[in-house]
Design a protein around this ligand. Structure first.
Ligand SMILES: Cc1cc2nc3c(=O)[nH]c(=O)nc-3n(C[C@H](O)[C@H](O)[C@H](O)COP(=O)(O)O)c2cc1C
Length: 381
């Protein structure tokens, strides 16, 4: 199973090959491209991306290895590789015309958080992709895995904050190697040959199988509950890890009307979240169930939620207001892209009115099981 879906081989135009001069013909024999010699460091990668339908030549007989790879092209490559699914949601960037060949790709990629644009509402599709942008895009496409961490690059302080974790991941996995002098060169452009090499490595990268920690001795059965709301799965992963670390039971807070990608698009002023955010009276999200079985048996209740606009996402509120927490220890936790937990735990405690609420914990959206385990251990439940 490869990371980029097989899209079918590119058919070479034989007639054009036959019409080439002798020198070119030797190279074509080797790689299929007149400008890619079989000895070139990127030859194998170029053949791979061509044979797997990931990148095409710029003509039937040339690959143009030194050419530019644009941001729009990278979006189009990943979108094609994902089977060109129907697009809903996503940002309408001011400089992406509906008719552009990459229009659906950019919308799809922004709806899935694979690309973000610039603060001024543009995507700048024709800009050459930089090495740190490519790292960030592939990392998000891979599901934002947690890197191992390790040594810094000599030019670490020139890597933008948004790409820092992605660059660590790209180095750990070997998908993007550094340049001479232990530099990452974050703003260097990724020429087509380099893009081919990176995409080849990405597609043949086997994500490590996570080590399964020895099970902790489970606390008394049924005494811990991990209740959570999660719109896109990040809080759910943390909730699962807390339940694994504490032997707790999981209880998902599921809205009767789940939030779709389009509902969650906070950059769209007509989206459901923006409407509910701007109209607090409309935030009373009906849940499929408010109280788990055996509620009375739980001594410790974790309450998890994503941060929305610096506060607890409101679908969690029904759970907090509908239950009596008297005699229970309540521990809030949240995930967010960058904001802290802020006052959200205190606010939920106020809404509940009962229970002994401890200080909560914020996890980054891509928190690892180890991060969660370390925190759960520190609680000494
Ligand atoms: C409507 C909305 C508002 C958000 N607001 C913030 C915010 O203020 N600060 C932040 O760091 N992240 C914010 N995020 C990002 C989420 O907190 C983050 O992706 C979280 O991990 C999502 O958790 P989930 O996958 O469990 O839904 C927001 C996301 C959405 C959908």
């Amino acid at each position: 199973m490869r990371n980029i879906r097989r899209m079918g081989a590119v058919l070479m135009a034989l007639a054009l090959v036959l019409s080439m001069n002798l020198t070119a013909f030797a190279a074509v024999e080797d790689t299929g491209f007149a400008d890619v010699d079989a000895d070139d460091w990127y030859a194998e990668a170029v053949e791979y991306v061509r044979d797997h339908g990931i990148m095409n030549g710029t003509t039937a007989t040339t690959f143009n290895p030194d050419g530019t790879t644009s941001r729009g092209q990278i979006a189009a490559i990943l979108y094609r590789a994902s089977g060109s699914p129907e697009v809903s949601g996503g940002t309408a960037f001011t400089d992406v015309a509906d008719t552009a060949y990459y229009a659906d790709a950019v919308r799809w990629a922004s709806a899935h958080g694979v690309v973000t644009g610039y603060g001024d509402g543009t995507f700048r599709p024709n800009n050459p992709i930089t090495r740190q942008q490519l790292a960030a895009i592939l990392w998000r496409y891979a599901g934002s895995p947690a890197p191992e961490g390790g040594a810094d690059y000599a030019d670490e302080d020139t890597i933008s904050a948004y790409a820092s974790t992605a660059v660590d991941w790209a180095r750990d996995t070997g998908i993007i190697s550094g340049r001479d002098g232990n530099r990452f060169d974050p703003n260097g452009r990724a020429a087509r040959a380099q893009a081919a090499v990176i995409l080849h490595r990405y597609d043949t990268w086997e994500p490590p199988i996570p080590e399964i920690p020895d099970p902790e001795p489970a606390p008394e059965e049924g005494s811990v509950l991990v209740a959570y709301f999660s719109a896109t799965g990040n809080t759910e992963r943390v909730a699962n890890a807390i339940a694994a670390a504490t032997g707790g039971d999981l209880f998902e807070l599921t809205p009767v009307e789940p939030y779709t990608d389009a509902d969650l698009n906070w950059t769209d002023e007509d989206s459901r979240v923006v409407y509910e955010y701007e109209n607090p009276d409309e935030r009373d999200t009906e849940l499929v169930a408010y109280t788990p079985d055996n509620w009375a048996d739980y001594d410790v209740v974790f309450v998890g939620y994503p941060i929305w606009w610096y506060d607890a996402a409101w679908p969690v509120e029904g759970f907090v207001t509908e239950n009596d927490f008297t005699g229970k220890t309540v521990i809030p936790f949240c995930t967010s892209s960058s904001s802290g937990i802020g006052e959200s735990g205190e606010r939920l405690a106020g809404l509940a009115g009962t229970g002994d609420w401890l200080e909560g914990e914020r996890f980054r959206s891509s928190a690892s099981d180890d991060d969660v385990q370390a925190w759960a251990d520190s609680l000494d439940l």
